[in-house]
Design a protein around this ligand. Sequence first.
Ligand SMILES: [Zn+2]
Length: 56
Amino acid sequence: MDTKILKDRYKREPVEVICPICKQTKIIYLPEEEIPQCPVCKVKMVIREVLVEGKY
Ligand SMILES: [Zn+2]
């Protein structure tokens, strides 16, 4: 049970980011990862969708 509490506290949130120029997408985990740059276009990618399971 303690393990479950710890998991919730440090829960990672997967989000899909997309390059606004070439539409390349990537899955990252917030808050431990920063929004990446597109390796091709060298622009900051934007959050496309928050992939939360069981969201009410
Ligand atoms: Zn791009």
